[in-house]
Design a protein around this ligand. Structure first.
Ligand SMILES: Nc1nc2c(ncn2[C@@H]2O[C@H](COP(=O)(O)OP(=O)(O)OP(=O)(O)O)[C@@H](O)[C@H]2O)c(=O)[nH]1
Ligand SMILES: [Mg+2]
Ligand SMILES: [Zn+2]
Length: 311
């Protein structure tokens, strides 16, 4: 049975690339077994699928999905219980953020990182639009870089417009399947255009009125990198709804806090008000960021995280 990679999907049609590099379009053959995951999309970009060719050699039927190495989901809407698989079989999940036009809150960044941790996908952060940074933006950038580098997440500062930092970033993408995610308008598609010359993905200016992106990219799509590997462009995300985690699970998804757990007096410490908590002492030493800890508490207490900072 020929094997193919899902490059793009529009809901009912899938654009695939066969192992020998040919492009074919496919549809699902009946209902597929979906590994028990209830998602709005049975097949996602990055999936490896078995196909059957139809009489037209450019068309095929998808007969099965190979087991996924991993996948990353978001809730279809904030209150919805339905999950949408953003992409599957990913090596690195990159959050693309800009400091202004549009801004990205730490609450949003943390929910993205928690999701990547929950699905065991290494995550990194790209701060794009460095050319727009004035003094205040630079201060905010340094503050964010300090927080996330300390937590263990590699940070890159780039400009899709001037190309600043793009060669270093491109080097890190090589031979991997890379997911680019983030708010609408942060420049995911523009950055991918910079990285893959000749691609010409559609991009659009922000809305003048709201200063936010206008959701230009409507379907996730996978693009081949010149020196090996892939990059996945995705539609902008307004909020990153978390699936429901229990308290204990959540303590695993802040790696800098999880590393300290053996030093807490209680093996099941939730770092909230237990005596002898190593995370709480680390706040004073500055080895755990107060901002991250505040977001952690908000999530663990089931409260909405503040989305008001810098937006
Ligand atoms: N000044 C500046 N503008 C940029 C940069 N990167 C992207 N832009 C602009 O920001 C706007 C939005 O860029 P897009 O690439 O469409 O953003 P996106 O993240 O793909 O947005 P969605 O597809 O809606 O999710 C466009 O006008 C880009 O030209 C940058 O580094 N500097
Ligand atoms: Mg886009
Ligand atoms: Zn603790």
């Amino acid at each position: 049975m020929p094997l193919a990679r899902v490059i793009r999907s529009t809901g009912s049609w899938y654009f695939l690339e066969t192992e020998d590099g040919r492009s074919v379009e496919g549809r699902l053959k009946g209902r597929l077994r979906t590994q028990g995951l209830k998602a709005t999309n049975p097949v996602a970009v990055g999936d490896m699928v078995d196909i059957e060719f139809e009489s037209d050699p450019g068309l095929c039927l998808i007969t099965a999905i190979r087991p996924r190495r991993n996948y990353i989901v978001r809730r279809a809407t904030k209150l919805s219980h339905r999950l949408h698989i953003i992409a599957a079989n990913i090596d690195t999940a990159w959050l693309v953020a800009s400091i202004s036009r549009p801004g990205t809150s730490t609450g949003f960044i943390d929910r993205f990182l928690i999701t990547a941790e929950a699905y065991h996908i290494p995550a990194c952060i790209i701060f794009n639009k460095s050319d727009l940074n004035g003094e205040a933006e630079l201060k905010r950038l340094q503050w964010l870089e300090e927080i996330y580098a300390t937590a263990g997440y590699p940070c890159f500062c780039v400009s899709a417009l001037t190309g600043q930092g793009v060669p270093e970033l491109t080097e890190r993408l090589k031979d991997k399947v890379n997911l680019f995610s983030g708010h609408s308008g942060v420049g995911k598609s523009e950055l991918i255009n910079r990285i893959v010359p000749g691609l010409n993905l559609k991009t659009a200016p922000l809305s003048d009125y709201y200063g936010k992106g206008i959701h230009t990219t409507t379907f996730a799509g996978m693009h081949r990198l010149q020196n090996g590997g892939y990059i996945i462009d995705t539609p902008g995300i307004r909020e990153f709804g978390l699936r429901n985690f229990n308290r204990e699970e959540l303590t695993h998804y802040f790696p800098e806090m999880f590393r300290l757990l053996p030093e807490c007096r209680f093996y099941n410490c939730t770092h909230t008000n237990e005596p002898g908590c190593a995370v709480i002492s680390a706040l004073d030493k500055g080895t755990v960021s107060r901002e991250r800890y505040r977001n952690y508490l908000n999530i663990i207490n089931g409260e909405e995280m503040e989305e008001t900072d810098w937006e």
